[in-house]
Design a protein around this ligand. Sequence first.
Ligand SMILES: Cc1cc2nc3c(=O)[nH]c(=O)nc-3n(C[C@H](O)[C@H](O)[C@H](O)COP(=O)(O)OP(=O)(O)OC[C@H]3O[C@@H](n4cnc5c(N)ncnc54)[C@H](O)[C@@H]3O)c2cc1C
Length: 347
Amino acid sequence: METILFLAHTEADGSLGKPALEALGVCQGLQKSLPGVQFAAALVGETTQPGADAIAGCGASRFLAVSGPDFGQSRYASDAAAAEALCRAAQATLVVAPATSRWNRVLPGVAQRLGGRVDTHVTGVSTDGAKPAINRWYYRQRMEAQLSRAQRPWFILIDPGSQPAAPIAAGHAAVEAVAIPLPDSCKRTQVTGLRVPAADAQTIRPDARLLFVTGAGWTKKQADGQTHVPEAEKLIRGFLQLTRASLGSSKSLVDLGGEGQAVLSFLTHLNQVGQTGSTPRHPKGLSTCCHGEEPHTVGWRFINERRAISLDPNCGWARGKADVLYVADAFAVMTRVNALLETQKPA
Ligand SMILES: Cc1cc2nc3c(=O)[nH]c(=O)nc-3n(C[C@H](O)[C@H](O)[C@H](O)COP(=O)(O)OP(=O)(O)OC[C@H]3O[C@@H](n4cnc5c(N)ncnc54)[C@H](O)[C@@H]3O)c2cc1C
């Protein structure tokens, strides 16, 4: 009989982030479809009671936690010790956790310590009778595989954004504290501070409803024989400020900076979407001045509704990559779009 363990770390204020609630929804699905399964929830963090209370109604029969100041920061040694102790205490066979950067770093090592197996970047979990199976993508999101494992414990890290967050009734959770001796050798690494870009410089917004992609066309000579990079910057920044969309880019555009050409100052390779870039998840995407070639659009795998603006009626978007292609000048279209958005801005 399987014992599912929902394993999450809390945020700085003791709450649970959206990725954790998405992984919890997967646990609830497994609990419903696997007969006679045990289900426990375990949290790690400086404070864990607020997080446990927020999911009190999730259906878990046990709530376990490793808490205290030593577990507030993301640190391999203490996180691994806490996760290992919780898995042992729950006698977990299926460990379902959010694929946050903190857990991605730690849980494969914990699986090794427990003689288990781990799968990262999981985008779906299903059951066929009493046998759980997972879905994940390979070869830069080109092939999807479904697989199952006999080895236990099996750690399943759920990719953030791939599942709906479970709506859960809050209440009071009776948390069993799991105490672990943490030797000084597990406390050598200290997080001394966080460096984050200013709110407006942060253009990658995984939770945004819209992905706005810029292509190399923004920096190319236009009908008047001139480039218009400052104007392009203004239009793109204006659109991002008005919509809070996430900013993506084609490889050609971010590469131009490295080649010393005029390029949009706020773009880095982190914005690059595609085969050698990222594969973000957003309900909608709008591509501008980008040709829509396969190595770029393969990164659009998880964008549901796609529109593009390109001068070229034969671009890749017109060949089945977009739902709607506007064959138009993106400078003109975005000027008009921004003007319309300005009129809708709350006073
Ligand atoms: C192994 C490999 C991996 C790769 N990985 C990636 C990747 O991860 N991501 C990626 O993006 N690419 C990747 N590429 C590169 C990819 O094949 C393309 O070269 C790149 O995506 C082209 O970028 P672009 O569409 O911005 O530029 P271009 O091909 O130069 O297209 C510019 C477009 O802008 C249009 N345009 C110009 N002016 C305007 C205007 N005023 N209004 C509207 N449209 C206008 C033009 O008509 C044109 O269609 C990879 C290639 C290889 C070989």
